[in-house]
Ligand binder design. Sequence first.
Ligand SMILES: Cc1cc2nc3c(=O)[nH]c(=O)nc-3n(C[C@H](O)[C@H](O)[C@H](O)COP(=O)(O)OP(=O)(O)OC[C@H]3O[C@@H](n4cnc5c(N)ncnc54)[C@H](O)[C@@H]3O)c2cc1C
Length: 217
Amino acid sequence: ELEGIHFAMDFLKQFNRYVAAKKIPAKEFIDVKEKKVVVIGGGDTGADCVGVANRMGAKKVTQIEILQKLPNCRPADQPWPMYPKILRTSSSHEEGCERDWSVTTKKFIGSKGHVTKLLAARTDSSMKEIKDTDFEISADIVILALGFLHPDTAGLLNGSKIELDQRGNIKTDENFMTSSKGIFAAGDCRRGQSLIVWAIDEGRRVAEAVNRYLMNT
Ligand SMILES: Cc1cc2nc3c(=O)[nH]c(=O)nc-3n(C[C@H](O)[C@H](O)[C@H](O)COP(=O)(O)OP(=O)(O)OC[C@H]3O[C@@H](n4cnc5c(N)ncnc54)[C@H](O)[C@@H]3O)c2cc1C
C-alpha cells in the first residue's frame, strides 16, 4: 500500500524506454534521482537495478540478499570444470553500491503513505530469521528484484493438460516435448530462470526435435 515500492521489471523496462527517448507519463515515472534506493534481491536482476539506479542519479544504493555471502574463491567441493558458486561483482556494483547479505525484510515502514524505511533482520544459513537481530534500513525507493520462479500459469497454461515439474516449470521429455503430444517447450519456461546462452541452445535443440517429430509423423 505504500508508495515508492516497485517491481524490478517495471523499473528496468521504464529505463529502457527512457534510454530510447520514449515518453513516460510523469505519474508512472519511477524517479530515483537524489533518492536512497534499496534493492531487495542479490541476483543479476538486482545488479541491473543497482546499475540503473546509479545511472539515474540515486543518492545512495543498497542491495540486500537473504542468502549468505558467497566466498571469493572457488570452494574445494566445486573443482574445475564446475561453475563455482562464488561472489560475483558486476560493473553495476563497481559503480557504487552498498551490499549486505543474510538479510530478510520483515516489513516496510512509511510516513504519509510513502515508504521511509525497511525493518530487516539477519538470517542463518537456512534463510531463517535470527531472533533479536532487527535493524532498519532507510529508503525512499524500494525495488523488488526477487521471486523469479516459474512461468505464469494464469495465461496460456491455464486449463491446459501440460504437466509442470516440481519447481513449477514446464515438464518435457528428452526431446523437449511436453505431456501434450506435439507441444514443445524450451528456455526459461522449461528450465526455470536461467541465462540467454541456455535459451539459445535449447531453442536450437527444440527446433531439431520438432523437425524430427514432423518427419516421423
Ligand atoms: C532483468 C533480467 C536480467 C537478465 N540478465 C541476463 C544477463 O545479463 N545475461 C543472461 O544470460 N541472461 C540474463 N537474464 C535471463 C535471460 O533474459 C533469460 O534466460 C532468457 O531471456 C530466456 O529466454 P526465453 O526465450 O526462454 O524466454 P524469454 O526471453 O522470457 O522470452 C519469452 C517470450 O515469450 C513471450 N510470451 C509469453 N507468453 C506468451 C504467450 N502466451 N504467447 C506469446 N508469447 C508469449 C514473452 O513476452 C517473451 O517475449 C536476465 C533476465 C532478467 C529478467
